[in-house]
Design a protein around this ligand. Structure first.
Ligand code: CTP
Length: 449
């Protein structure tokens, strides 16, 4: 009898060993499917500690296994069972009922789960919980608090806002225990802060937090000038703390994959990038001068795509904007590179198609709206028979990936994320600064008239 079982097998433990022993005893040939990190990411299991190779080695080291395969995608089990001539599918009782659909292909056995041990528990025990304090009580902060609850090892329990009344309402709504009326008090009780205040306060609040030795996750744009961003990263480096810009797209598996595919030569040399991000708002601080406007609010996203695909140093930058109420409400930033051109288009209170196109000498990448929550993209060619589609399921609204990245940098003692390097955040701040300073206002909106 040929038996198969699947799992992540992170931080291999007694529960895993006993499961394998009993699965082995069901037949005479045991195959184990170990999940890839990408598959785990795509199903929202973000905190796996060990690499695929380490996890496979641990499974093999039990001596209970005849064969190891890799589980890469949803629906693979049906294919494996048929391909490998499996008689019995075995899995722990935490999955009872979930795999009954496999009964059409083989016998399904649910084995009693070993009590009192799990990878999740071991991960939690092996790390101190990160106390993340929230600075600001707006919409994005609310979403982040909700998403952070899906990341193990992160505890959000305190908030500070310059308007204590807002902080109190925020804490009540999200069931946070502590409201601080002074920023210093929040810093004194947290390991790290998430800064989601208006843009103009980021620099000063991040400086204070770094000075207090706290790690900082700061909403985008981290600063509105290159000098401030440079200064902040310099301070974080000297203080030995993590400073990460909360630019969620950078941390999404689908976006990273898209950049990899586009830069791998599959569409030839990249000649153009066009990225658009617009949002409808009915007023509010996003539109308030001097720091509001579509560039300050939204350009981080398209500029991230341009930088990841073409590099941080365009040779020329020109911006045209439509303005209303003293801020830009629709802007196009044109960036020239030695062998490519790019445009980053933003709109606040203006809606346009939010897609991303990367044109190459052999084909192009198309990411439909909303490209910044990259769940799907295509590579397209003149010969449409060569087109390919790529899918990456996203859990939540993307924010949990940036929280998971921030927490893992701190835990692993890294100060920089390769997914969003300091140099890239600094370059984005510099481009936003230049775009806002040099924009050509070629029209005025109705509210200025
Ligand atoms: N398993 C078990 N007893 C445990 C833990 C896991 O029998 N105490 C089984 C699971 O039911 C599954 C296999 O071991 O069949 C692999 O599980 P995996 O998800 O890798 O391990 P968990 O410890 O459950 O991981 P996590 O906490 O991340 O969900």
């Amino acid at each position: 009898m040929r038996v198969i079982t699947y799992g992540t097998f992170d931080l291999f433990h007694e529960g895993h060993r006993r499961l394998l022993e009993r699965a082995r005893a069901l037949g005479d040939h045991l195959i184990v499917g170990v999940t890839t990190q990408q598959y785990d990411d795509s199903r929202g299991k973000l905190n796996v500690r060990q690499s695929l190779m380490e996890r496979i080695r641990n499974v093999e080291a039990t001596g209970l296994v005849d064969e190891v395969i890799v589980e890469e995608y949803e629906g693979q089990k049906i294919n494996d069972i048929q391909r490998l001539g499996i008689d019995i599918f075995a899995i722990g009782s935490d999955w009872t009922g979930k795999f009954d659909y496999l009964r059409d292909y083989c016998t399904v056995v649910y084995l009693e789960r070993t009590k009192g041990v799990s990878s999740t528990q071991l991960r939690n025990e092996s790390q101190a919980t990160l106390n993340l304090g929230v600075v600001g009580a707006g919409r994005i902060a609310r979403r982040l608090v909700q998403e952070a609850r899906f990341v193990s090892g992160v505890d959000v329990d305190a908030v500070y806002s310059r308007t204590p009344e807002n902080a109190r309402r925020f804490a009540a709504e999200l069931e946070l225990q502590t409201v601080h009326e002074r920023y210093e008090d929040l810093l004194a009780t947290c390991d790290a802060v998430y800064i989601a205040s208006p843009h103009g306060h980021h620099y000063e609040q991040a400086c204070t937090a770094i000075e207090a030795g706290r790690h900082v996750l700061c909403e985008k744009p981290i600063a509105l000038t290159r000098a401030e961003a440079e200064d902040l990263f310099g301070r974080a480096r000297s203080a030995g703390v993590v400073l990460l810009e909360a630019l969620k797209t950078a941390f999404l598996p689908g976006f990273q994959r898209m950049v990899g595919v586009a830069r791998s030569g599959s569409i030839g040399d990249i000649r153009a990038v066009e990225a658009t991000f617009t949002k409808l708002v009915g007023g509010g601080r996003e539109l308030d001068p001097p720091d509001g406007g579509s560039i300050a609010e939204l350009a981080s996203y398209p500029l991230l795509a341009v930088l990841k695909l073409l590099g941080p140093d365009p040779v020329r930058l020109a911006t045209r904007s439509v303005r209303a109420g003293g801020v830009d409400v629709f802007s196009r930033i044109d960036l020239d590179y030695p062998h490519a051109i790019a445009s980053a288009t933003t709109g606040l209170g203006v809606k346009a198609e939010g897609d991303l196109v990367v044109a190459g000498t052999r084909g192009y990448v198309y990411v439909p709206a909303p490209w910044w929550l990259t769940e799907y993209f295509e590579t397209r060619f003149e010969d449409t028979g060569r087109n390919r589609k790529f899918y990456y399921k996203l859990d939540g609204d993307g924010l949990r990936y940036e929280v998971a990245e921030f927490a893992s940098l701190i835990r692993d003692g890294n100060t920089e994320s390769y997914r969003l390097r300091a140099e890239e955040s600094i370059a984005i701040a510099g481009l936003i600064e230049r775009a806002r300073a040099n924009a050509q206002w070629f029209a005025e909106g109705p509210s200025d008239q």
